[in-house]
Design a binder for this molecule. Structure first.
Ligand SMILES: C[C@](O)(CO)[C@H](O)COP(=O)(O)OP(=O)(O)OC[C@H]1O[C@@H](n2ccc(N)nc2=O)[C@H](O)[C@@H]1O
Ligand SMILES: Nc1ncnc2c1ncn2[C@@H]1O[C@H](COP(=O)(O)OP(=O)(O)OP(=O)(O)O)[C@@H](O)[C@H]1O
Length: 284
């Protein structure tokens, strides 16, 4: 059994406030890309996880993996004993602002519901997801969404133009999300005004340029290479908009089509993690 765990990109990220517990209130437009980890499950009496893929090495030293935390939480919530051999094929860089860990945790929840033949009502599932991380609820459906609250309030995204292309680039510096939020200075941004949809990528880029990622400046302060990545993305042929995703350090460029994005990614420095393609096609 297999479940894809697609990367998320925050097309903009406004920090609109702060809760009493220190978590920040956000307004963000989130999309998912064909760039993905994949999680595999096979029958086995005990629960285990093996790590594979080009980015798996970074996680081997970690005492706990979000996939196993998700499995234990689901087992506890449904009263089953956790079982199965899980293999995580890791392609997304760790701690990079494209929610790889969150996508893996969401994929584990979905895959194990099938594998263990358990059903969790959507509201309870969303609450389980939020316990694993603020980005996990939006990753459960892996479809474009307007994300608010600390990440738990999900609404429809404006209708997106077909065939969008996206280039991702990461300078191979891990950025810890709490450190980036802590480094943020200044006040809060308003909720963005968005239209019901965009007819083409240029109109979408024009409206998105009026928004921002409020974590971009603090991330550049902690990791100046983010500034270099943004400059390189802006110089790509066909780039309509370049911005950092999440808490960084991965940045994206929006292009009118996926083929142009795939070609443009090859122009970036080979020592960076880079990817070009289209949006994730959510299965019906
Ligand atoms: C920045 C984003 O990537 C935007 O999509 C997410 O909000 C981060 O989501 P995540 O990585 O799943 O975050 P979590 O693992 O829940 O939180 C990590 C840390 O980030 C900070 N955090 C996270 C989410 C949020 N709305 N406010 C915060 O202040 C908190 O310090 C928290 O301890
Ligand atoms: N399967 C996993 N994949 C990635 N990170 C994991 C995983 N399991 C545990 N982690 C831990 O979670 C941390 C955050 O990982 P993740 O890749 O989701 O960060 P991120 O890309 O900054 O996410 P976000 O955009 O949601 O802030 C990592 O630093 C790592 O310590």
């Amino acid at each position: 059994m297999l479940q894809a765990a697609p990367a998320k990109v925050n097309l903009f990220l406004h920090v609109t406030g702060r809760r009493a517990d220190g978590y920040h209130l956000l307004d963000s437009l989130v999309v998912f890309l064909a760039a993905a980890d994949s999680l595999h499950w096979a029958e086995a009496p005990a629960l285990s996880l093996s790590l594979d893929g080009p980015e798996g090495g970074a996680l081997r030293a970690e005492p706990d993996n979000l996939v196993l935390r998700a499995a234990r939480l689901l087992a506890e919530a449904t009263g089953v004993s956790p079982r199965g051999f899980l293999r995580l094929d890791k392609h997304l860089p760790v701690a990079s602002g494209i929610g790889g860990g969150s996508a893996d945790a969401a994929a584990a929840l979905r895959l194990l519901c099938r594998a263990w033949n358990v059903a969790v009502p959507p509201d309870a599932m969303a609450a389980l997801a939020l316990r694993l991380g603020a980005d996990v609820p939006v990753c459960l459906a892996s479809r474009p969404a307007r994300m608010e609250g600390v990440g738990e309030l999900l609404g429809p995204a404006p209708a997106l133009p077909p065939g969008l292309g996206m280039v991702l680039a990461n300078p191979r510096v891990a950025l810890a999300t709490p450190a980036v939020f802590r480094a943020r200075a200044g006040g809060f941004s308003p909720r963005a005004a968005l239209p019901p949809g965009w007819a083409d990528a240029a109109a979408m880029a024009r409206d998105l340029s009026a928004c921002r990622n409020d974590l971009e400046a603090p991330a550049i302060g902690l990791c100046p290479a983010v500034g270099e990545v943004l400059a390189a993305l802006r110089a790509l042929p066909g780039c309509l908009l370049a911005r950092m995703s999440g808490s960084g350090a991965t940045c994206f460029a929006l292009l009118p089509d996926a083929a142009a994005a795939t070609a443009a990614a090859t122009l970036l420095p080979p020592e960076w993690w880079r990817w070009g393609g289209g949006l994730y096609e959510t299965p019906a």
